[in-house]
Design a protein around this ligand. Sequence first.
Ligand code: ZN
Ligand code: ZN
Length: 214
Amino acid sequence: MAPDPASSTSDTPSEDAEPSLPAFIIEGARSSRAKCKTCRKAIPLGGLRLGILVEGPYGMGHMWHHLECAAERHFEKLEEAYGLAAWNFAKEVPEPIPALEDLAKLKVEADKQRAEKKELPYAELDPSGRARCKLCDELIGKGTPRVALGRSVEFGQQTRTTPINIHPACVADALQAEDNATEVDGFSEALRTNSKGLDAKLIEDVLGLVGSLY
Ligand SMILES: [Zn+2]
Ligand SMILES: [Zn+2]
């Protein structure tokens, strides 16, 4: 490993000329201009934020995140910042500083939501027996497999994809619908990847019922 010249001496003039920035700062935002790098929304004046030191195109600087966003998406960094009592690097130490245990709850909740978010298409077992197949309009038997496909729905100017439930045997025709939003190419692979609740054997059974696509 190459020796680090910056750490070898502390009396080098060039090193002293530029005070080193702290790796983290926790502070109340000093303006309302900065945007959170996680959610891209504004950080209000006085809103608690975590600055993470990064090397950018113009040198070293802090990237700001809402403290809550940092908890949800960069918890390890937040933990480090708390370990360093990073609020002491603020121009004005913010008050009160939320407990790290409370922020940890946000992370747990966010992780849970991400894990539960299902990507289309996926197969699952029908939980109720009350859902109708959106292609043939027949009920889907309780405990039998069904496939969730994407359907394009217009909301004002926007088009969004919502899940619809389909019998495995109706999938091939449903994929031909005009408002279908699920790719035919790579369908089997996507179903294997996304059907997290089903074992591999059952997924293959579902694909057998789906049959060949056109
Ligand atoms: Zn944010
Ligand atoms: Zn059907």
